[in-house]
Design a binder for this molecule. Structure first.
Ligand code: PLP
Length: 452
């Protein structure tokens, strides 16, 4: 058999890829025509493709690689753990040291009484756990009819049947039978696109109060939980008005509804605190984590759960779990990643150095004729492209066309930025330096100029 290695010509790799590899969220015919860019290695904030181009990864992989690429410590920990105990399950009254140690560490890092951890293999799996867990919690409390979960349009919570239903992506709901029953969506707090001529603070309150309206419509005795990303990520980095989350918190408290913060993107420093909930001032009963938990070096996710919910669930067997819940290699890698985040003060770097520096440069892009608002929290930012800043109008023709062109220009200029419709988004590795931020901004501006 011919070996397929990095040394094959790019066209050959692309042809094999298009012939055999089905890509997530990618149109197959486009792949066959154009070929996917083949990424062969990476270091720090830089990825390298099969033609030897060095690309600044403004998306940290897929919001994952907090500590940057190429950290040998993680590779060594993984190899050591594979030799010692490559796998054992955590079902049926067995456990192992990496799962114990990581659960304890997460309980220490998480705020308030979020002291209990249910492991999964990904963010989607963790959110599926949350659906079953909150419903089971209310059943255990003698309120089995409390099974409705409220979420938001344009939210992203994963791609499985459950998590895809929690998400509010219209394109996903149009395929494959989503959403499952008893999950409903309220509007998102996207002032730029939907706020009209309202004041952002009033708009934030009005959008939060849609939660109260939905609770009353369904009946408070039917509603189990509300789930939200502290800052909506895949929906376009929608930074909510400051009035939004405090009102959501008040409403959840008032009706005794569980609050789930999906921290899959916001967790582990992305917003300048350990968790986005802290940045937004909310007190969730459950947090979903993944991605930055291991910096993407190994697949792992988790639900971090408060005392009341965990202790109630523990009174019965929770008939739920994944073969890879608490996988020892992934847990050991995650633990090492958290050690690096802590010892190298990466969260402080985002809060005090890289975040403020990028914010200044990012917001300065608002002087570009194509750029409407430029929003950023910590190291997650977005810019809305518009033909008319004053009216905040969209472009004529199909939404996303200009965003796509801009993304392609970025890619040609060796910068990874994503587009969500006509919003450009960035979320670089958290260890990015000022010099690298300068390069990122130069390439972004050049790409905007070429799109204009
Ligand atoms: N939740 C949020 C906020 C996400 O952004 C994602 C992935 O992008 C997920 C959940 C799903 O995580 P995974 O892709 O690991 O299943």
């Amino acid at each position: 058999m011919n070996m397929i290695t990095n040394h094959l010509p790019t066209e050959e790799l692309q042809a094999l890829d298009a012939a055999h590899h089905m890509h997530p969220f990618t149109e197959g015919e486009g792949l066959a025509e154009k070929g996917a860019r083949v990424i062969t290695r990476a270091n720090g904030v830089w990825i390298t493709d099969s033609d030897g181009q060095e690309i600044l990864d403004g998306m940290a992989g897929l919001w994952c690689v907090a500590i940057g690429y190429g950290r040998d410590e993680l590779a060594e920990v993984a190899a050591r753990q594979m030799r010692e105990l490559p796998f054992y399950n955590t079902f049926f009254q067995t456990t192992h040291v990496p799962a114990i140690a990581l659960a304890k560490k997460l309980a220490e890092l998480a705020p308030d009484d979020l002291n209990h951890v249910f492991f999964a293999g990904s963010g989607s799996e963790a959110n599926d756990t949350n659906i079953r867990m909150v419903r089971h919690y209310w059943a255990m409390k003698g309120q089995p009819e409390r099974n409705i979960i409220l979420s938001r349009k344009n939210a992203y919570h994963g791609s499985s049947m459950g998590s895809g239903s929690l998400g509010g992506m219209a394109g996903m709901h149009a395929q494959g039978g989503l959403p499952i029953p008893d999950i409903h969506h309220i509007n998102q707090p996207n002032w730029w696109a939907e706020g009209g001529d309202s004041d952002p603070a009033d708009f934030g309150l009005a959008r939060a109060r849609e939660l109260e309206t939905a609770i009353k419509e369904h009946g408070p005795e039917r509603v189990a939980a509300f789930i939200g990303e502290p800052v909506q990520g895949a929906g376009g980095v929608i930074v909510p008005p400051e009035t939004y989350w405090p009102e959501i918190q008040r409403i959840c408290d008032h009706y005794g509804i569980l609050l789930i913060a999906d921290e899959v993107i916001c967790g582990f420093g992305r917003t300048g605190n350990w968790f986005g909930s802290q940045t937004m001032g909310i007190r969730p009963h459950i947090m979903t984590v993944a991605k930055g938990l291991s910096s993407g070096y190994a697949p792992i996710g988790a639900s971090i759960v408060c005392d009341e919910v965990a202790q109630t669930i523990a009174k019965d067997e929770f008939n739920h779990g994944y073969t890879y819940s608490g996988h020892p290699v992934a847990a050991a890698v995650a633990l090492e990643n958290l050690r690096i985040l802590e010892e190298e003060k990466v969260v402080e770097h985002v809060r005090d150095v890289a975040g403020p520096y990028l914010k200044e440069k990012w917001q300065a892009l608002e002087d570009h004729p194509l750029v409407g608002e430029a929003r950023i929290v910590g190291l997650m930012g977005s810019i809305a492209l518009t033909p008319d800043k004053a009216s905040r109008a969209g472009f004529a023709g199909e939404a996303g066309t200009v965003g796509y062109i801009c993304r392609e220009r970025c890619f040609a200029n060796n910068l990874v930025m994503r587009h969500v419709g006509d919003r450009m988004i960035i979320a670089p590795p958290l260890v990015i330096t000022r010099d690298e931020i300068d390069i990122l901004i130069d390439r972004a501006r050049k790409s905007l100029d070429e799109t204009y």
